[in-house]
Design a protein around this ligand. Structure first.
Ligand SMILES: NC(=O)c1ccc[n+]([C@@H]2O[C@H](COP(=O)([O-])OP(=O)(O)OC[C@H]3O[C@@H](n4cnc5c(N)ncnc54)[C@H](OP(=O)(O)O)[C@@H]3O)[C@@H](O)[C@H]2O)c1
Length: 292
């Protein structure tokens, strides 16, 4: 029998995850706090039911996928869902603190459900093209059930280890991304001010530099064109760095570059850049440069 899957949270990532699952014939229903987005989804996928509450959705499906902003959102939604999770599998694809996730997994287990952390490595474009990698933490003996569901919306699914381990791997990956985004913004601003043309800078970072990468290909043109349309919001990047710093304190490891990057994102938000793409960090460096 086909798994009945529901998605809670139709933001930038959740909408695309749900679309892939709908195309695979796995999606039974969706819920979004702002209902208009769910109605918008149904216009494209009329076979999918829009539920009025997360609990209504949980009662009607076997597998519940959450794709929500942060710790507060996931804790609030899962907390309310607990009485509805007996016999259900909850797959949280949000990037949240592993500590929070492990504690929620215990609560879910206490009511007779199972939880996985399944954060995504990549961005909205990668979900659209089913190229994203999903990093899974949770009970290994139940992994075989969730793997085909996650495969329907990704290019690769990796079982990392027990609850929380998917998130640790995700955070380590995003740590270098947070620092790299600052590095790119700093170097591009320097190069522009020195008189290099945008074409020369594109050639440098996409073809010549040893740091060329998919991230450079995606973000350097956005930074140069001041195209800050959202693929991954700057405020979410700042949120991720704050989780890294808290977890690093618990682990007793220094993260000086992550802390600096985090402050840069925080200050960018202060300048009103939080809801733009993370590439808007380039604007921050531009604004801080001496005016000529
Ligand atoms: N974008 C990326 O490239 C990317 C890549 C990898 C991982 N992630 C992670 O994936 C997660 C989602 O990212 P996103 O870019 O899709 O974010 P987003 O566009 O901001 O969407 C956030 C979603 O969470 C919902 N939400 C927020 N607070 C809520 C609450 N208290 N109760 C119920 N729903 C709530 C929002 O509902 P409303 O519509 O009502 O606001 C929306 O559906 C984040 O943890 C992010 O770090 C993102």
């Amino acid at each position: 029998m086909m798994a009945r899957v529901g998605v809670i949270g139709l933001g930038v990532m959740g909408y695309r995850v749900a679309a892939n699952l709908a195309k695979a014939g796995l999606l039974a229903g969706v819920y979004n706090r702002t209902r208009a987005r769910a109605e918008d989804f149904r216009r494209s996928y009329p076979q999918v039911e829009v539920f009025a509450t997360p609990s209504d959705l949980a009662d009607r499906v076997d597998y519940i996928i959450t794709v929500l902003s942060d710790d507060n959102a996931v804790s609030a939604v899962v907390g309310n869902l607990l009485p509805h999770l007996r016999g259900k599998v909850l797959i949280d694809m949000s990037t949240i603190s592993p500590t929070t996730s492990v504690s929620l997994a215990k609560e879910v287990s206490n009511v007779g459900g199972v939880m996985f952390d399944a954060p995504m490595m990549g961005t909205s474009v990668d979900v659209e093209q089913k190229r994203i990698t999903v990093l899974v933490g949770g009970p290994k003996d139940r992994y075989a059930e969730v793997e085909p569901i996650l495969s329907a919306t990704s290019g690769r699914v990796v079982y990392v280890g027990p609850n929380g381990m998917g998130l640790y791997m995700k955070l380590a990956g995003n740590m270098i991304f947070a620092i790299f985004m600052n590095g790119l913004a700093e170097a591009i601003n320097f190069a522009l001010r020195a008189g290099l043309s945008p074409d020369q800078i594109i050639d440098l970072f996409l073809n010549i530099s040893g740091t060329r990468s998919p991230s450079s290909s995606l973000k350097v043109p956005k930074m140069l064109n001041s195209d800050y349309s959202v693929q991954f919001a700057l405020k979410h990047m700042r949120k991720d760095t704050e989780i890294m710093i808290r977890e690093a304190q618990k682990l007793g490891v220094p993260v000086p570059l992550t802390s600096l990057a985090s402050n840069m994102f925080r200050m960018s938000e202060g300048l009103g850049l939080g809801d733009f793409d993370v590439s808007a960090i380039a604007e921050f460096y531009r604004k801080l440069s001496q005016q000529r």
